[in-house]
Design a protein around this ligand. Sequence first.
Ligand code: ADP
Ligand code: MG
Length: 600
Amino acid sequence: MHIRYLPENLINRIAAGEVVERPSAAVKELIENALDAGASAIDIDIYNGGKDKIIINDNGSGMSKEDLVAALDRHATSKLPDDDLLNISYLGFRGEALASIASVARVTIQTHDSVSGESWQISCEAGKKSGISPCAHPKGTRIEVKDLFYATPARLKFQKTQRSEYIAVKDIVTRLAMVNPSVAFKLTHDGDRKLHLPAVLEGRARLSSILGREFGENAMDIEAHRDEITLTGFAALPTYHRGTPAYQYMFVNGRTVKDKLLQGCIRAAYADVLHRDRHPVVALFLDLPSEEVDVNVHPAKAEVRFRDSQTIRSMIIGALKQAILENGTMAVSTNSAATLGKFRASYSMPSGPALPLTRSNHRAVPANYYQHHMAESNGNTAFALMPQARTDESPETVENYEPSSENYPLGAARAQLHENYIIAQTLEGIVIVDQHAAHERLVYERFKAQISERGIEKQGLLTPEIIELSDTQTQQLLEHAETLSTLGLEIEPFGGNAIAVQAVPSILGAKANIKRLVYDLADEVLDRNTAQTLEERINAILSTMACHGSVRSGRRMNAQEMNALLRQMEKTPLSGQCNHGRPTYISLSLKEIEKLFSRS
Ligand code: ADP
Ligand code: MG
């Protein structure tokens, strides 16, 4: 056996498996090339999930005749002027995408050179270039990729279904569009228009057109700076969430990345205000000096490696938590919109007797409902309506409410309905409070405040629990011993690979599975270098306790109690949602109410 050099085309095909493992990866490379060429409009047309054909049309700078020939060669790039691999301002730089794609597909490129004013065309089939010829291409570059992987039948067999390829293409176009709001994007699949995103000036507008207007309305601004690191973006209010983390996007220096780090940060930041199974929609843009990050761990996998991931992590969590806190008393705007929608849906008059709404329609009221009697005091002959008797269904109305409390954001309590809903009057409208959800949040925040004041109560174990771990896990967990101790967990080295648990947070209760907890902590420390699990668990328990300790629905409250609850909500951070991310109140402005009655 003797060593041979691989032929160029074989190298390209091997690289193709790496760089463009599926149609969406090819689409990503081609769009990034268009962006690097300064395009302000990019049209993407795919057929059969991109497996049959991909066409990318851009209005960028185009290529000269010489560059067009070289573009299809491996390691040919125009984007590495000073041989500096660390300082890369373009999205591409490896010079292998076009060569790889062309080695496994049928590629045709047409381009207009904006400098010479000429247009040229070249084709390449399975790595074999045709001659270059003039053509009539008006502006930018058009690249057509047919039959991707036809030259590598083994890979062709492993392509996924048209639907999953289409979804992957749409996802990558979406991500690239999010980070380039000033570029217009169009995507069609088998001729059907799928995305149409006009150029906009700022990120929120682009995100709204991708994720829906509701996200735009329910997104908090995120911004944080630390040294040369900048974090910006948008995160949904805790009351606006989805059932999957698929709508959490992160961009590092303008590149889309899929990194577990983000999901962990989001979970940590929202742990207090959102159920574990719900996921906020988030788009974050992180910009940092290129020596702080390696975004090219894998050309197609979009992973990143931060030099100091701990700093990035705490920055993201901190910024999200800060925003959640600042917007804490703000319930989701969509709720009032949805409420209005519900009202409208039932707008048609119910059959049967209409309820008394104004004095003028008193004749419609059934005789047994109200007693009519003449108002005597001033000889006024108008009818006054008076309730005959209070049934259980009737509202708990507040007789002596203080109009001055209307100045408060949550207003003055006027009534309690169905023994759970407080109706309050504000200067600009009305507020409906779910008293159970609101109280749950208040109790939870009180528990947490107590803990941060007095610390977590520990309970010593009669006989320490000895737990064996791996070498590194033992060592790393012990490095966190001090933090864990402030959270109520006392651990000590026990020789070899074991630790001894001396005390546990009493809040965990007598039946706590200490071993399980320590294993989880050890995994987490190894994985993310934090011991957050314990804090999360303690908070989860507090949250459950708060749920049990709070005013149940079905309890009548008097005026003072209701107003006290409203005043307390205004003072409490995060009171706009309960511990599970449900809103605690909704507000309707008079304007919205007037709309319901078609008065505006
Ligand atoms: P890279 O992007 O890493 O340089 P590619 O193989 O993706 O490598 O592209 C090779 C070269 O072809 C680029 O450096 C660029 O000069 C040129 N090129 C590719 N696509 C376009 C385009 N849409 N518009 C202008 N030039 C392009
Ligand atoms: Mg490229």
